[in-house]
Write a protein that binds this ligand. Structure first.
Ligand SMILES: C[S@@+](CC[C@H](N)C(=O)[O-])C[C@H]1O[C@@H](n2cnc3c(N)ncnc32)[C@H](O)[C@@H]1O
Length: 252
């Protein structure tokens, strides 16, 4: 089944799709007063979406004792970046070095090629967001920071453009960077390989790399990029039972 939104395959069956559509209708016609909506979003979280948030909570707990920044490669609507900012506010509100940096074209996939196979049915431009969305996301991330201590310091950055150029440029401009956590969610080979290659000199023992598509036959490019840049043989690819697609590696 393909979703209307981004043209990629989704694995829900027809019943799930129907219930999701009805759930969505109820969400849109909710009777909650305006000033209570944001504080009751759990009402609409299903186990799949909640498990993703809990995965990042478990991962964040593992990095609180390691120095360095958090990067996300493939941001789209920015939910994960926003969750990381909230977790930083909860778990280490005074860590001024824990910058959160997100990379995306904000125009969808760029650079899909033969190593990405044919199953995903995506093309360049899939997963795009409305024009100028990064300005909206920037504001959301600034609200997250303003609701937490040290709000006078901006500790996030969004980098717009093709990651094969923007990621190497970022690390050239910031040679002081140490990666504590890198989240890979470009889905496709070319930007994943470019980002892995660019961050490699900035990894240290304890750095964690999270992947959304390892061992995934719909998006083979992510695993191929990892094999080519770090090799698989010395890596332990771990997961939590609650999420199916997310996995992580800790550099040892
Ligand atoms: C699956 S989405 C990311 C979802 C997001 N991590 C989340 O948790 O909701 C993949 C993203 O990768 C981005 N992307 C793909 N190719 C890219 C490239 N060459 N440079 C920058 N971003 C790219 C797309 O624009 C898209 O937003």
């Amino acid at each position: 089944m393909k979703t209307k939104k981004h043209g990629a395959i989704v694995l829900s069956n027809m019943d799930e799709k129907r219930i999701n559509e009805e759930f969505n209708r109820y969400f849109k016609s909710h009777p909650l007063p305006d000033d209570e909506i944001l504080h009751n979003l759990g009402l609409f979280l299903c186990s799949k979406d909640l498990s993703r948030i809990l995965f990042f909570y478990e991962i964040y707990k593992q990095i609180v004792h390691s120095h360095g920044i958090i990067v996300e490669f493939g941001v789209r609507w920015g939910q994960t970046l926003s969750i990381m900012a909230a977790l930083r506010g909860m778990l280490e509100p005074f860590n001024r070095h824990r910058k959160i940096v997100g990379f995306d074209t904000f125009e969808g996939f760029k650079g899909i090629g033969s190593k990405d196979g044919k199953s995903c049915k995506c093309k360049d431009g899939s997963f795009s967001v409305p024009y100028g969305y990064e300005v909206y996301l920037d504001k959301i991330l600034s609200f997250q920071e303003k609701l937490n201590p040290m709000s006078h310091l901006k500790r996030y950055e969004l980098s717009k453009g093709d990651a094969t150029r923007t990621v190497p440029a970022y690390f050239k401009k910031h040679p002081e960077t140490i990666i504590s956590l890198a989240i890979f969610d470009f889905d496709i080979y070319a930007p994943t390989k470019a980002a892995l290659s660019a961050i490699k000199p900035n990894l240290c023992k304890g750095s964690i790399l999270v992947f959304d598509e390892l061992c995934d036959d719909i998006f083979p490019g992510e695993t191929i990029a990892l094999k080519e840049v770090l090799g698989l043989n010395n890596l332990k690819v771990q997961r939590f039972p609650m999420t199916s697609r997310l996995s992580y590696i800790q550099i040892r």
